[in-house]
Design a protein around this ligand. Structure first.
Ligand code: ZN
Length: 260
């Protein structure tokens, strides 16, 4: 009888730097949180983190592991040119579209340390609306005017797509991939995750409000501008830093195997 036990992956803590290990822990936690909060799409999206002490390299999921299975030692280490420097002993490799999207970011944006891509139903739906994300809720104003919209040109496997995506994103940290999904960048994994959390909820709220068949109460331009400014430094703290330890405690209470 075939065994379906959990995947066994050799621990690699002893063979990587402290900085890389910390990035692996944060990224593995982010995969588990993405799954736990209903933002995964089975194996079809990707979240990455740059290796802090080796900036031409980043960490990404093995293509085939569910997000709820990801551990710190399971993450691939790849170069921005596509070389796989480490992969666990599993029949899973590098996802071509994942590599295209994330290598585009790390090549073009030295400040980006993490990137998260989702295909949630709410994200795909808003990505398919001509109006995009409206400043309809306080949460949405965090992103309003700060979202890049990238036109859909088919799955991102063509290397030329890297330059096009980098050009679209420019200096922004939020991108709606038209007819596809969402993308957030951050100076840390917690920042990219909490941005996606807010973006996801803003999309859900907009869709539910638009589905109610009654007139929307759109805030005035003045109020939107004031609310947007609240999310600018120095008015705003860095999102993610306050939230992250609690999120890790939540994960550990349920299952701490992401730390392996
Ligand atoms: Zn995608």
């Amino acid at each position: 009888m075939t065994s379906h036990a959990a995947l066994r992956i050799a621990p690699i803590r002893a063979s990587v730097s402290d900085a890389e290990w910390q990035a692996r822990l944060d990224l593995a936690a982010c995969y588990r949180l993405c799954e736990g909060y209903g933002m995964s799409d089975m194996i079809y999206t990707h979240i990455t983190a740059r290796v802090p002490d080796s900036p031409a390299h980043f960490l990404i999921n093995p293509n085939g592991m569910l997000f709820g299975e990801i551990t710190a030692s399971s993450l691939l280490k790849v170069s921005v040119d596509g070389d796989v420097l480490y992969k666990p002993d599993l029949p899973y490799g590098l996802h071509p579209a994942g590599f295209t999207i994330h290598s585009a970011i790390y090549r073009a944006r030295p400040d980006a340390m993490a990137a998260m891509h989702t295909h949630t139903v709410a994200g795909m739906a808003v990505s398919s609306l001509k109006c995009g994300l409206l400043p309809l809720t306080q949460t949405a104003t965090r992103f309003y005017g700060r979202i890049a919209y990238h036109e859909f040109r088919g799955p991102e496997r063509d290397p030329s797509e890297r330059d096009a995506l980098a050009k679209t994103i420019g200096p922004l940290n939020t991108c709606i991939l038209r007819n596809h999904g969402m993308l957030t960048l951050g100076e840390s994994v917690p920042e990219a995750f909490t941005a996606m959390w807010g973006l996801e909820r803003a999309c859900q709220a907009q869709l539910q409000a638009m589905a109610c068949n009654t007139e929307l109460n759109m805030p005035s331009d003045e109020v939107v501008a004031k609310s947007c400014a609240m999310y600018d430094p120095p008015n705003s703290r860095r999102y993610g830093l306050l939230e992250w330890p609690g999120l890790l405690r939540k994960l550990d209470l349920a299952d701490s195997s992401w730390r392996d």
